[in-house]
Design a protein around this ligand. Structure first.
Ligand SMILES: Nc1nc2c(ncn2[C@@H]2O[C@H](COP(=O)(O)OP(=O)(O)OP(=O)(O)O)[C@@H](O)[C@H]2O)c(=O)[nH]1
Ligand SMILES: [Mg+2]
Ligand SMILES: [Zn+2]
Length: 289
């Protein structure tokens, strides 16, 4: 039998099939199963045992020097959810987008809690990302989430972001059967309380789905080597391969096209700095190993 993994706990999964949902397990450690995977399983008692993961169209994951953490399989785009309150990190937003770019996935940003007075300032923080082509949809998940619907049709969209931004609230607004837990954020800590603990896929129709994921505190990009990292910056792509030195590290070498484009105002200096900082982080981690 085949089905789609709609929930992934550490070693237990819920697989959706046309005949209903089946609780499944994996035997052994060799098989990595992620929410969004299409799998083959055999029935065993009331449940099933997953035997094979079908080839994935995409796999969004993060990786530090020691381990890799898969987030979801087969999503076609990510929607990074940020909010007027609590505050969010634009660097974390960019890291999520870089990981998605490296998988060939589209990215958009949802600015939630537009009903709060801080929304305009939050929107201004996103302007550099709008300039390089990422759409921002501003809405209030509690009041009306429908402005997001046209962006979702035909996509499997992974909702990702820090805790307390309103990912699960959005899922509840758009999928009436979802019944996802939501939680007040902490004013004192200016942070969410990590209410969602497992990734879960919710189908809206045959070719549209939303994946809710636990709040992120960090997003390591150790898996992107220099070339993959540079290519993940969409704003760098027109200039890559044109530097004077073929092995240019875009870190102050003469004839660097990225530096020239930055001086001309065609690349945002903050983006070039982010690239250099991420590259250095990876080099330092490699040296420590
Ligand atoms: N004012 C306002 N509050 C909202 C809105 N959307 C969500 N919230 C509140 O924000 C808090 C966090 O919402 P959640 O949906 O649990 O956030 P989350 O992103 O799923 O958080 P984690 O599961 O911890 O990652 C809840 O108290 C929601 O009621 C909104 O549009 N406006
Ligand atoms: Mg949640
Ligand atoms: Zn260069």
């Amino acid at each position: 039998m085949t089905g789609e993994v709609i929930a992934a706990f550490s070693r237990r999964f819920i697989v959706a099939t046309p005949a209903g949902k089946v609780p499944c397990q994996v035997r052994g450690r060799h098989l990595q199963v992620v929410c969004g995977d299409h799998v083959e399983f055999r029935r065993e008692g009331d449940g099933g045992v997953i035997e094979r993961v079908l080839p994935r169209a995409t796999l969004l994951y993060r990786a530090d020097a020691f381990r890799t953490k898969a987030i979801a399989a087969n999503a076609t785009q990510i929607a990074v959810v940020v909010a007027a309150r609590p505050s969010f990190s634009t660097e974390l937003v960019q890291r999520c987008i870089l990981a998605a770019e490296a998988q060939g996935m589209a990215s958009m940003i949802v600015l939630n809690k537009a009903d709060l007075p801080e929304a305009a300032a939050a929107r201004a923080c996103l302007e550099p990302l709008v300039r390089i082509g990422y759409p921002v949809v501003m809405l209030s998940a509690l009041a009306d989430a429908t402005p997001l619907l046209p962006h979702l049709r035909g996509h499997i969209t992974l909702l990702i972001g820090q805790s307390g931004m309103g990912k699960s609230t959005l899922v509840n607004a758009l999928c009436p059967d979802a019944d996802a837990a939501t939680g007040e954020y902490s004013e004192a800590l200016d942070s969410g309380r990590h209410t969602t603990t497992h990734t879960r896929l919710h189908r809206l129709d045959a070719d549209t789905a939303l994946i809710d994921s636990p709040g992120l505190q960090e997003f390591a990009l150790q898996h992107l080597d220099d070339d993959a990292l540079a290519n993940a910056f969409v704003d760098f792509r027109p200039y890559l391969g044109q530097c004077r030195f073929r092995d240019c590290r875009h870190a102050g070498e003469p004839g660097c096209r990225l530096a020239e484009a930055t001086a001309a105002g065609d690349i945002d200096l903050a983006r070039l700095r982010l690239f250099q900082a991420l590259r250095r982080l990876r080099q330092n981690a490699l040296q420590r190993l």
